[in-house]
Design a protein around this ligand. Sequence first.
Ligand SMILES: NC(=O)c1ccc[n+]([C@@H]2O[C@H](COP(=O)([O-])OP(=O)(O)OC[C@H]3O[C@@H](n4cnc5c(N)ncnc54)[C@H](OP(=O)(O)O)[C@@H]3O)[C@@H](O)[C@H]2O)c1
Length: 330
Amino acid sequence: MKFRSFGRDQIVVSEVGLGCWQIGSDAWGPVSDEAATGILEKALEQGISFYDTADVYGAGRSESFVGEFLKKHQSARDSLFIASKVGRSAKIYPDGYTRTNITESIEGSLQRLGIEALDLVQTHCAPPEILQDGEIFEWLQDLVKAGKIKRFGASVESDAEALLCMQHPDIYSIQIIFNVLRQKSLSEVFPLAQEKNVAIIVRLPLNSGLLSGKFSKDTQFDKQDHRNFNRDGQHFNVGETFGGLPYEKGLELVEDLRGLFPTDVPMAQSSLRWCLDQSAVSVIIPGASSEEQVVANVVASEMDSFSEQKLKELADFYHGEVHSHIRGVY
Ligand SMILES: NC(=O)c1ccc[n+]([C@@H]2O[C@H](COP(=O)([O-])OP(=O)(O)OC[C@H]3O[C@@H](n4cnc5c(N)ncnc54)[C@H](OP(=O)(O)O)[C@@H]3O)[C@@H](O)[C@H]2O)c1
């Protein structure tokens, strides 16, 4: 596993992290208690030091598993980086953004995680007017002063929101949807982040698993899986599901992409490698529903980078074939 610098505090984290939405088990197929524990243990064994969770994943289930995991590995705590999020609980979203609600929510996260201070708290897809208003960042700054959180960042839906948040001098990180089928952030967001030394956390690096190349038009997703119930953005931003691509179109594009990727490497690994080849990226956080996926995903860190020529071919493919099909705020 290779490590990268993560933002202005001269922290280093594993360049492949773990997305912990799956172990919440509320918006994916069911993940048993045993599987959730196994995924976290495997991640540690494979050298993953960065864990991204949220108060709302499984209504606290994800944070509770991370908390158990931290308790078991107390001696490793200083080498692990725990990022959580605030702002999508029923009490807060969409119009309960108050200092008290935010503070209480973070205290709940600390309790479930069993730690005194979070390494990073991210606003969790807060409405644009909340980001524009900016008061939430003052509350978070006060929580830094109070020792409850070490730093704060924003997990956003669109490039415009990322650019807005980066105007705030204390924003430490931006989390954004980015992958070979969703390359827009390369144009403005990533250069500005590099200029300001804002860490970039890449979510959906596999476009909700589409980039594994394992799905077909006959694939059945569980009833509780967002790839079933939010396929066209019925419940939350369509971009969070298959990166905003209509499923059938996504399948076609993945077949085209298969022809551009090396034939002797699993598509998931090539897709993750492509993300790591973008110099502004601090960490990618593929989600995993099994230990095997964790093991497969860390391989991307040790793979050779794509050539300049191949990166150009993949950029041309995105601009020519993919971009116009992406739905939702972007
Ligand atoms: N608003 C926000 O802030 C927000 C929103 C979304 C996600 N996130 C964070 O970002 C993380 C990553 O995003 P994501 O989980 O939505 O999307 P993702 O990482 O693009 O896709 C994860 C899915 O890809 C499949 N997968 C993973 N590794 C694989 C492998 N090696 N081979 C084959 N399939 C593989 C699995 O699907 P199966 O389970 O079907 O096998 C897994 O559930 C989340 O876990 C969460 O921490 C944050």
